[in-house]
Design a binder for this molecule. Structure first.
Ligand SMILES: C[S@@+](CC[C@H](N)C(=O)[O-])C[C@H]1O[C@@H](n2cnc3c(N)ncnc32)[C@H](O)[C@@H]1O
Length: 257
């Protein structure tokens, strides 16, 4: 296999067998991002560590925000960009995104997965915490590169986000908790595809994903297929936010400054 095919195959196996798949599979119903949309729709607290790096890339430019979610970046970037096209396939995410986007004159929401979205080229193609859900990463990356006139930028976690489930997975499932594709997987895939991107690391605090011990127990049951103890459920619900390292990975198109 070529280096690209090797990294692409590893990527696919991480997406299809990874923890993201376990979490998303636990979200019953047609929209696998519905539960995440509820959480994101409640809002984000504190200063966003990534936004200051994105604002200069978007200022005065046209932007495609792939997998815009509830608009965490679409909305602030629209304050400085000429136009933001928010690509978002999840109806539950769009239920939050669309009313907020309508309050801006320069946001267009495209309700489709990136591969099927009808898009014109833009200066910046941005993709924050999305590509680790996508089995065919090379096709996704190529499309981003084809649509970008100036800059392609991906944000992805470096540290595994096990959310307190790492030890529980091993206890109840007997093996190491599966992880999603992370920064090293993306960077090596990009190198194999002929890109030499810049990288900036930053930290984001994660935690407090369960409103109660009962909710934590219900999610653990869906994910692990096992009943965790009351103490374990309480520990999950009481988990303090903690910082994980993430990376902004970006490259300029040839011929742009
Ligand atoms: C973790 S959320 C991130 C949302 C937003 N970028 C943010 O950082 O707040 C992942 C988003 O990617 C979207 N998504 C998943 N697969 C996608 C695809 N193939 N094309 C476009 N968006 C996708 C999901 O619907 C979801 O809204």
């Amino acid at each position: 296999m070529s280096p690209e095919a090797d990294w692409a195959a590893r990527w696919r196996s991480l997406v299809e067998g990874g923890r993201g798949a376990a979490f998303l599979a636990a979200d019953a119903g047609g929209d696998r991002f519905a539960r995440m949309a509820d959480r994101f729709g409640r809002g984000f607290t504190g200063e966003d560590p990534l936004l200051p790096m994105l604002l200069p890339l978007a200022r005065g430019r046209t932007v495609i925000d792939v997998g815009a979610g509830v608009g965490r970046y679409t909305l602030p970037l629209a304050e400085v960009a000429r136009e933001v096209v928010a690509v978002e396939p999840s109806p539950a995410m769009r239920a939050h995104l669309e009313p907020a986007a309508a309050r801006h004159g320069n946001i267009r929401v495209v309700p489709a997965p990136f591969a099927q979205a009808d898009l014109q080229p833009a200066d910046l193609v941005l993709c924050v915490h999305v590509v680790h859900f996508v089995p065919d990463a090379p096709a996704f990356i190529r499309r981003a590169g084809d649509l970008a006139r100036e800059t392609v930028a991906f944000a992805i976690r470096h540290d595994a986000m096990l959310g307190g489930f790492g030890d529980l997975w091993t206890k109840y499932r007997g093996d190491a908790a599966p992880t999603q594709p992370r920064f090293p997987d993306l960077y090596n895939l990009l190198l194999a595809m002929g890109h030499t991107p810049d990288v900036s690391f930053y930290h984001r605090r994660y935690g407090g994903r369960f409103a109660s011990a009962a909710e934590a127990r219900e999610r653990a049951q869906a994910m692990l297929g096992a009943e965790i103890t009351e103490a374990e459920a309480e520990a999950l619900a009481a988990r303090e936010p903690r910082p994980l390292r993430e990376a902004l990975v970006w490259w300029r198109k040839a011929g742009t400054a």
